[in-house]
Every structure is written in structure tokens, then in C-alpha cells.
Ligand binder design. Structure first.
Ligand SMILES: [Zn+2]
Length: 120
């Protein structure tokens, strides 16, 4: 598995073990700049992205120093779910809520979106 930060592999392995019984296989997980993540669209996606075809997960590099571990785990979990459902359908949302600190992570992201978008 390719990465640009060994810590992301450790987090992925924890998510894989806790929620997927170690069955998930991905090709890469890495930090990337906002310009790559946005892919020409300024509103979507913002925090992270799962490239389903190539089985790669990438996360906004600014989170590296700012986000608590449980938020990163939540984002990785969310992106892993996209390997099963491409959109946020009812089944996706139901599965997403199985994340142990879902509410808390959701609130953190909500509170930090404007701060990070302003580049602080
Ligand atoms: Zn999503």
C-alpha cells in the first residue's frame, strides 16, 4: 500500500480491523493539497475522497496537523464505505452511523470547515 505518511496506514489498519474485519484492500492512502482534492469543483469534495476505480483514499493535507485522530479515523471510515456505495444512499448513512464517535466527528468537521476554507 502506498502512502506519504505511515501514520495514515496505521489509522487505516485500525479502521479496517475495527469495522471491516480486516477484509478491505486499498492501493494507497495519502495526504493531498486542496487543489487536487477539489478536482476543479470548489465545493466538493472537501475533506477526503475515495477513488473507487483505483482504490485510493486521499485526505486534505491541512488535516494532518489540525484534526484529532478520531476525526481522521472517521474520514477514513467514510471513504472506505464508498468502496461499497458510491453515493450517500440510505444504506450508506446507516453504515456511517456505526462509527463509534460519528456525532462528535461530524460536529468537529462542521465547526472547522469555515476555518480551514479560510486557509487558517
Ligand atoms: Zn462521501
Amino acid at each position: 500500500m502506498w502512502t506519504n505518511d505511515q501514520k495514515l496506514i496505521v489509522l487505516f489498519q485500525k479502521v479496517n480491523r475495527t469495522y471491516f474485519d480486516n477484509t478491505l484492500k486499498i492501493k494507497a492512502i495519502y495526504w493531498c493539497p486542496i487543489s487536487d482534492l477539489h478536482n476543479g469543483n470548489p465545493n466538493y469534495p472537501f475533506w477526503a475522497q475515495c477513488m473507487i476505480g483505483s482504490r485510493e483514499i486521499r485526505l486534505l493535507d491541512k488535516l494532518k496537523t489540525k484534526a484529532p485522530k478520531y476525526v481522521l479515523e472517521y474520514l477514513i471510515y467514510h471513504e472506505c464505505l464508498h468502496l461499497f456505495w458510491t453515493n450517500h444512499c440510505q444504506s450508506f448513512k446507516k453504515a456511517e452511523k456505526l462509527f463509534k464517535r460519528f456525532k462528535r466527528a461530524d460536529v468537529w468537521l462542521d465547526q472547522h470547515e469555515s476555518i480551514l476554507k479560510a486557509g487558517r
